[in-house]
Design a protein around this ligand. Structure first.
Ligand code: NAP
Length: 267
């Protein structure tokens, strides 16, 4: 029987996850069906319950439900999901379920394995304090940056995230004046509104990379990075790498991400 998976979010019509997982399944000869579920904003838990009752074997969770997915899992969490406080992967087996978070490993694989960028010893700026930033913060810190600063429009959220995880500093964008970073990760959704976080001039160090988690479009932040002489890349690689990690959790087999990423970039 075909095993069923889905991405649950609101909205999800734009999601590339069904296409990516179909490619992984074809490549690894796994018999799965991966669809989209648009849950009502107040109806996440019910949508998950219904999918499980209908035989669903696992799901990816996207905006705006990653915190609710963490709550849904209670104590049935991987260490990295517990630390992050947000869940992007649900695994249903034997009548139970558990939550994991593959965003951090996805970002790190894209940065280090695909792009050849070292996080160890680098000065890193993480912008945003929502589900995406929370998912990648601890893995970024574990990679051993020389300094990791979090900036967010609502500065208190960045401050408390920084304190909780032992980052170098957290606050608003103005506090970044005079600082320079080798890696600037945009984990805000500003690009979706064709906006960029209000970065002070001069934050990109020589040879820096500006990385926008928003994928499939050229964002004002990426234009800002290029104008400052930095390399600029969208989050397509992270999307594919976090999906590969989820696929492995569900199916026990690791797909080759390179051809899928190449096809997606060429689309
Ligand atoms: P979220 O929980 O809604 O958080 C959004 C964040 O963006 C908050 O920190 C918010 O600041 C900030 N923000 C929104 N509009 C802004 C603006 N105009 N200027 C400055 N900051 C702004 O969303 P999320 O789950 O963290 O996701 C963030 C983005 O990452 C989404 O676009 C998502 O698609 C993308 N993402 C990509 C991948 C991937 O695999 N490539 C994985 C995960 C997420 P406040 O706190 O002040 O509201």
């Amino acid at each position: 029987m075909t095993d069923r998976y889905a991405v649950i979010g609101n909205p999800v019509a734009h999601s590339k996850s069904p296409w990516i997982h179909a490619e992984f399944a074809r490549q690894t000869r796994q018999d799965i069906d991966y669809g989209r579920i648009e849950a009502p904003l107040e109806g996440f838990a019910r949508a998950v319950d219904e999918f499980r009752a209908a035989g669903g074997r696992g799901a990816n969770v996207t905006l705006p439900f990653k915190q609710q997915a963490h709550l849904y899992c209670g104590n049935a969490l991987s260490e990295r999901a517990r630390t992050a406080g947000v869940v992007n992967t649900l695994i249903f087996d034997g009548g139970g379920w558990r939550g994991d978070n593959t965003d951090g490993v996805g970002l790190l694989r894209d940065l280090t394995a695909n792009l050849g960028r070292a996080v160890a010893g680098a000065r890193v700026l993480l912008m945003g304090a929502g589900g995406a930033a929370q998912g990648v913060l601890a893995p970024l810190l574990q990679a051993g940056p020389a300094r990791l600063v979090i900036a967010n429009r609502t500065a208190d959220k960045a401050r408390s995230l920084a304190q909780r995880h032992g980052a170098s500093a957290g606050g608003d964008y103005d506090a970044l004046r005079g600082e320079q970073f080798d890696l600037v990760v945009n984990a805000t959704s500003a690009g979706l509104e064709n906006a960029a976080p209000p970065l002070p001039a001069g934050v990109f160090a020589a040879g820096a990379l500006g990385y926008d988690m928003v994928y499939g479009r050229d964002t004002p932040f990426l234009a800002m990075a290029r104008a400052a002489g930095a390399a600029a890349l969208d989050g397509t690689g992270m999307l594919v790498e976090q999906a590969a990690e989820s696929f492995q959790l569900w199916r026990g087999v690791r797909p080759d991400t390179a051809p899928v990423l190449a096809a997606l970039r060429g689309r």
